[in-house]
Design a protein around this ligand. Structure first.
Ligand SMILES: [Ca+2]
Length: 212
């Protein structure tokens, strides 16, 4: 009997290992991030701040959601942005003991007007932004106009084996306005992993197992 038939039969008898997955929250909403106003590029080259090793001493710790105009309670009100600059930089680290079990990542986000997200320097998502994935963005880039009221939406990220590492990982987000005069800004997100786990079968004896 082929092994998959063994598995099928054993599964029918309630004896097969079960493949299950559960979600683990890597970054909750209302997290403390490190942020910096987009009055100038955050690094030279402009991509460097998205890396875990970047020394982010110019970034200040503050809680999400980040906002002005439309109030998002409990977070950080950005003052002095309207008519001055059009983006903010955000960094948030998270720790993974193992990458092998992570079968997927989901990012749940609310944004006014748009954002690009990177994990360990790899672009993983852009929402309400012009350009194909990977198109360079700078402090001069503008978002598309958000359809209001904005609400949380869930996005599935690309296969995580390509960019996650064991240990400390870095989620970087640049939030953009659609115009320098925009009357409001808003952002918060959570990051969840889908973790596959094998549940061993119950250890009751059976004739099938003995016969193998
Ligand atoms: Ca806006």
């Amino acid at each position: 009997m082929t092994s998959w038939k063994h598995l099928l039969l054993a599964g029918w008898m309630g004896l097969a290992p079960a493949l299950l997955s559960h979600a683990a929250i890597l970054v909750p909403t209302e997290s403390i991030w490190r942020w910096r106003p987009g009055t100038s590029e955050a690094s030279n080259p402009v991509t460097l701040w998205r890396e875990v090793a970047f020394p982010d001493t110019q970034f200040a710790p503050a809680p999400a959601p980040f906002w002005y105009g439309d109030v998002l309670p409990g977070g950080t009100e950005i003052s002095g942005m309207q008519n001055v600059y059009t983006c903010i930089f955000l960094r948030r680290s998270f720790v993974l003991s193992s990458v092998a079990g992570v079968s997927g990542l989901q990012l749940r986000a609310l944004v006014d007007d748009g954002f690009v997200a990177w994990i360990n320097g790899t672009e993983v998502l852009r929402v309400n932004m012009p350009g194909a994935p990977g198109t360079a963005v700078t402090t001069a880039t503008l978002a598309n106009n958000a359809v209001e009221p904005v609400a949380f939406a869930t996005y599935t990220l690309p296969a995580p084996a390509a960019y996650l590492v064991p240990g400390t990982n870095l989620l970087a987000v640049q939030v953009f306005q659609s115009s320098v005069g925009s009357s409001d800004l808003g952002f918060d997100c959570s990051l969840e992993s889908l973790v596959a786990e094998t549940i061993p079968p119950p250890s009751r004896p059976s004739r099938l197992c003995q016969a193998r």
